[in-house]
Design a protein around this ligand. Structure first.
Ligand SMILES: *Cc1c(COP(=O)(O)O)cnc(C)c1O
Length: 385
């Protein structure tokens, strides 16, 4: 098979499985809206859980940062790309989450690759929740260590795997809130098993940080745990992009030496670090608490209203409210009927989710109004008639 045949065949297989993915150029708008083809749509598919992507203070901080520092960082942090803006943000994040150190990364995907890549050796074992994000599972399978996936949110299954003899070290990997199901990990149980098994615990709280917990400190604060490594990302509730790894002094020093994504990649723009600092201030403030309260209200209303519809709602208590449809074609058709009503909801299909669990991944945000939630549920009722 030559290159062209290989590419054509792979695309054809995706098409045949109704699993071809596409992109649409959309105009992000405030108020939980997007613009497309001259119309305004209710956006129930974004991860901007608090609506901070359009927050005036965050925008202003980015603008001021650009004036002060220019638009790019002009180098890896190890060369000339590390500024007082980066330093200040790392210190603020570490203090907020109660860790000695925080290290900034340009993406959560990269942070997960970097940490797992820098830590694991051949004789080691990674124990990851089956439903962990692609960035974690891919990093784990690319690493020289053995990857074992444990049953979703099953700390007993994790404990059994941890007890198996091994010459090397063990790393336990899970998420605070699962990205496609919206359910939360039993972090206290998982932390206990990890400790008993003398394993390092890494929690990726991409969807919990900012959106939940006191001062928005996320799933770990809610569960009362402090994992050895906590990954937080800024493309969701922070409304910006980027990520940070929270850890001990020695772990941070180690990652600065061995995490290749930090060493061989341009640091995030200082202006972005300024915007993230402003987003963090909002998240920690009374305004942040009010936004989280509003989001919780929307989640409650949505779940109450959808309970009366012939739809399968997951057990999520978070902003991610998946409606499990099963069949790819049916999920696509349903999202199409929602589009016809001005509602932007994406159908998520395998391999992002297990085969036979295609779903509408509905996300609610604090930027939505009470009426938006009612409109969304009415749209769903109409679409599944
Ligand atoms: C979105 C996400 C990531 C990737 O973060 P980016 O900053 O978008 O690269 C990593 N882990 C989880 C659980 C995510 O949901």
């Amino acid at each position: 098979m030559n290159w062209q045949q290989r590419i054509d065949r792979a695309l054809e297989a995706r098409r045949a499985a109704q699993a071809l993915r596409g992109r649409t150029a959309l105009q992000p708008l405030p108020g939980g809206r997007i613009g497309y083809q001259g119309k305004i749509w209710l956006n129930a598919a974004s991860n901007d859980y608090l609506g901070l992507s359009h927050h005036p203070a965050v925008i202003r901080a980015w603008q001021q940062g650009a004036c002060e520092y220019g638009v790019g960082s002009a180098g890896s942090g190890h060369v000339t790309g590390y500024s007082p803006a980066h330093q200040g943000l790392e210190a603020a994040l570490a203090e907020w989450l109660g860790y000695p150190r925080a290290l900034l990364f340009i993406s959560g995907f990269g942070a997960n690759q970097a940490v797992i890549g820098a830590l694991m050796a051949k004789e080691d074992r990674i124990l990851a929740d089956r439903l962990s994000h692609a960035s974690l599972l891919e990093a784990a399978s690319l690493s020289p260590a053995t990857l074992r996936r444990f049953a979703h949110n099953d700390s007993g299954a994790l404990g059994a795997l941890l007890a198996k003899p091994l010459s090397g070290q063990q790393l336990v990997v899970t998420e605070g809130v699962f990205s496609m199901d919206g359910d939360s990990a039993p972090l206290a149980d998982i932390a206990r098993e990890s400790q008993r098994g003398d394993a390092l615990l890494m929690v990726d709280d991409a969807h919990g940080i900012g959106a939940t917990g006191a001062q928005g400190r996320g799933s770990c604060q809610l569960a009362g745990v402090r994992p050895d490594l906590q990954v937080v990302t800024f493309g969701k509730a922070f409304g910006v992009s980027g990520a940070a790894v929270l850890c001990s002094e020695s772990m941070a020093d180690y990652l600065l030496q061995f995490a290749r994504h930090l060493i061989y990649s341009t640091a995030m723009p200082p202006a972005q670090a300024m915007a993230l600092g402003a987003a963090l201030q909002v998240i920690r403030s009374d305004e942040g608490a009010a936004l989280r309260g509003r989001l919780e209200g929307h989640i409650r209303t949505f779940r109450e209203q959808v309970a009366g519809l012939p739809l399968t709602l997951g057990s999520s208590a978070t902003a991610i409210q998946p409606l499990i449809i099963g069949d790819n074609q049916q999920a696509l058709a349903l999202s199409q009927r929602l589009r016809e009503q001005g509602l932007w909801v994406t159908a998520i299909r395998p391999p992002t989710v297990p085969v036979g669990t295609a779903r509408l991944r509905i996300t609610l945000t604090a930027a939505h109004s009470d009426d938006d939630i009612t409109t969304l549920v009415a749209g769903l009722a109409h679409a599944c008639q």
